[in-house]
Every structure is written in structure tokens, then in C-alpha cells.
Design a protein around this ligand. Structure first.
Ligand code: ATP
Ligand code: MG
Length: 139
């Protein structure tokens, strides 16, 4: 069944560099409605759990260290075609390849510190949203 929701995190680099407000602005201007939001700090254990799908990749250790290095903003977003449209809004994983105007093009410096996360499928959007939010925390 198609869903109209995706999940995002504003990553530690973007929060630290003061881009939280601008990124939320771009998300809202892009037509997404925020249906859940949380400002939190992942432990290394929780970051490892979140990115468990990447366990075998060579950058897994660095990814876990980075994602637990500072606070993040987690959110569930609603829009028609949410998963695909949000990945278009954030741009390529590597900010040097991200199209002008995309969030990673504007606010990210490197492939490991790339400002935002966006779910890659409806199924993962559901799993990732459930990782952070209970039924009482989404509207
Ligand atoms: P995300 O899942 O964070 O939205 P993505 O779907 O564009 O990003 P993935 O392939 O899922 O990219 O990788 C997850 C994250 O791991 C990336 O956002 C990036 O921070 C990091 N990463 C990916 N490839 C590399 C790499 N070659 N070197 C270092 N870090 C990487
Ligand atoms: Mg991904």
C-alpha cells in the first residue's frame, strides 16, 4: 500500500552549524507537513541500531560515531509521494554532486556529514518513524 509519509533527521553537522531553522523552512516550503518532531541526542548504541542496515559497509563505524556526536532533529513528514519527493528536495548523498538548491547542496560539506537523512522507501519510512515516535507523538 502506498503511503504519503517519510522520515527525516537533521544531522549533527547541520544542527551544530545553525541550519536547523533554514532546513525546516525548506522542508515546509517544499510542501511537507510536519506530523511529528523531536530534538534529541542518539547514543552510539541507538545510532548503531538505526543504521543496522549499513553494518557491513566500510563507513559504518564512522557513521555511528558521527550520528551520536551531537543533537539531531527527527521528524515524520507528510506529502503526496513523500519518500521520492523528499529525496529530490535533499539531493545526492554526496553534497558535491547534489543539484543547486537542494538541502545538501546548500547546507552539507561532505558525504559523511551531509546535513539530512531521508528514508529510501515507504517500508523504511514506517520503520524509522516507529524507531523515534509513539502513536501519541504524531499528529
Ligand atoms: P541517508 O540514509 O542518511 O538519507 P542516503 O540514503 O543518501 O543517506 P546511504 O547509502 O543510505 O545514503 O548512506 C547512509 C549515510 O552513510 C549517508 O547519508 C552518509 O552520511 C553515509 N555514507 C554513505 N556513503 C558513504 C561513504 N562512501 N563514506 C562515508 N559515509 C558514507
Ligand atoms: Mg539511506
Amino acid at each position: 500500500m502506498a503511503t504519503n509519509r517519510t522520515f527525516t533527521m537533521i544531522k549533527p553537522d547541520a544542527v551544530k552549524n545553525g541550519h536547523t531553522g533554514a532546513i525546516l523552512n525548506d522542508i515546509i516550503a517544499g510542501g511537507f507537513k510536519i506530523v511529528a518532531m523531536k530534538y534529541t541526542h542518539l547514543s552510539a548504541e541507538k545510532a548503531g541500531e538505526f543504521y543496522a542496515v549499513h553494518k557491513e559497509r566500510p563507513f559504518y563505524g564512522e557513521l555511528v560515531d558521527f550520528m551520536s556526536s551531537g543533537p539531531i532533529v527527527a521528524a515524520i513528514l507528510e506529502k503526496e509521494n513523500a519518500v521520492e519527493d523528499f529525496r529530490k528536495l535533499i539531493g545526492h548523498t554526496d553534497p558535491s554532486k547534489a543539484e543547486p538548491g537542494t538541502i545538501r547542496n546548500k547546507y552539507a560539506k561532505s558525504i559523511d556529514a551531509n546535513a539530512v537523512h531521508g528514508s529510501d522507501s515507504d517500508e523504511n519510512a514506517e520503520i524509522e518513524g516507529n524507531f523515534y515516535f509513539s502513536a501519541f507523538e504524531r499528529f
